[in-house]
Design a protein around this ligand. Structure first.
Ligand code: NAD
Length: 308
């Protein structure tokens, strides 16, 4: 069998950035300031620092101001909640989007900190209000990785309607929102690609009994477990689209959850790590930040706030 088509996230992210750059320029000209993203970075984890750097660099490329607020590893939950609230109150240089880089130190109550981000600035889409809107099929900020996966499928022309999607991982950040997105009723807004999934979705997790049995039934298989090499070739239906969200460091190298070399011989499409979902996650964050800036100024209505 021939090799799978590569789902090139880097190329698509570059393309998305190009159109965002034009939209940001229009916003900046009309409003007289750039959209602004404030990122709270706690501690000195090298992976978090490099993700934040990539986000700030991408923001700069499209003309969004990104400010990184470094915080000592020792900060308490109360310190972080107060910091987020202070950023949200700032009026002279308002933050359109506020993002708290995860993971937070284990002793911090991450939920309390994330809940302090006002839902209309929550560009990561983690606030319960945004999660609720997504679950009701009227999303405002779609969590960036889930939005990135869906955008990747749409761009590659991979049909989801009526197909069986299996997602390995049920986290609030990736697996759950992606499941909602793929199962949601297809919608098409004027001038925008369809956001809908209309797929039949199975969510697998660490307690699933027959993971391979489930994944083998997938037309679209998304691996988001954080387990290197979890998805092997025998777990993939021939011709399936395999999207690898996993980002694992093994011997200093970045690898996904999918045994790439073997699975590419079975799958119809496959996303690499690095260069797959990662760049799209960043692109969707930029898109959400512009959306937040537009919503704040009333330049975009809620019902139209559904960039995929
Ligand atoms: P998480 O640890 O919160 O969730 C992992 C999920 O996988 C859990 O629901 C768990 O039940 C499930 N799981 C774990 N082992 C399993 C197994 N053996 N079989 C079946 N299910 C299993 O992680 P997360 O935050 O959702 O992230 C998942 C992965 O995606 C991580 O590698 C993370 O680094 C990566 N990630 C990548 C991006 C990106 O932009 N590319 C963004 C976010 C997360």
């Amino acid at each position: 069998m021939s090799e799978a088509v590569l789902l090139d996230g880097r190329r698509l992210a570059t393309h998305i950035e190009e159109s965002l750059r034009a939209e940001v320029a229009t916003f900046t000209t009309m409003v007289g300031r750039r959209p602004r993203l404030v990122v709270v970075l706690v501690g000195d984890l090298p992976a978090s620092a490099s993700y934040v750097k990539a986000k700030a660099q991408a923001a700069a490329r499209v003309g969004i101001d990104a400010v990184v607020v470094p915080v000592a590893e020792t900060a308490s939950t109360a310190d972080l909640v107060q910091l987020v609230e202070r950023i949200a109150r700032e009026e002279s240089d308002p933050a359109d989007g506020i993002l708290v880089q995860l993971p937070l130190p284990a002793r911090v109550d991450a939920t309390a900190v994330l809940d302090a981000v006002p839902p209309d600035r929550d560009v990561d889409g983690f606030h319960p209000e945004n999660a609720g809107l997504l679950s009701q099929g009227r999303p405002r900020f779609i969590p960036c990785t889930a939005a990135g996966v869906q955008r990747m499928l749409i761009d590659a022309g991979i049909e989801t309607a009526g197909r069986h999607a299996v997602i390995v991982g049920r986290s609030d950040i990736v697996g759950k929102p992606l499941a909602l997105l793929l199962a949601s009723r297809g919608t098409s807004l004027p001038g925008m690609p369809a956001i809908g999934g209309d797929a039949t979705v199975t969510i697998c997790h660490s307690r699933s009994r027959d993971l391979a049995g489930e994944t083998r039934r997938a037309d679209i298989l998304v691996a988001a477990a954080g387990r290197p090499g979890l998805i092997t070739a025998d777990m993939v239906k021939p011709g399936a689209a395999v999207v690898d969200v996993g980002t694992n460091r093994v011997d200093g190298r970045l690898v996904g959850d999918v045994a790439f070399e073997a699975v590419r011989r079975v799958a119809g499409w496959i996303s690499p790590v690095p260069g797959g979902v990662g760049p799209l996650t960043v692109a969707m964050l930029l898109s959400n930040t512009l959306l937040a800036a537009e919503l704040r100024l009333g330049r975009r209505s809620f019902s139209a706030a559904t960039r995929p």
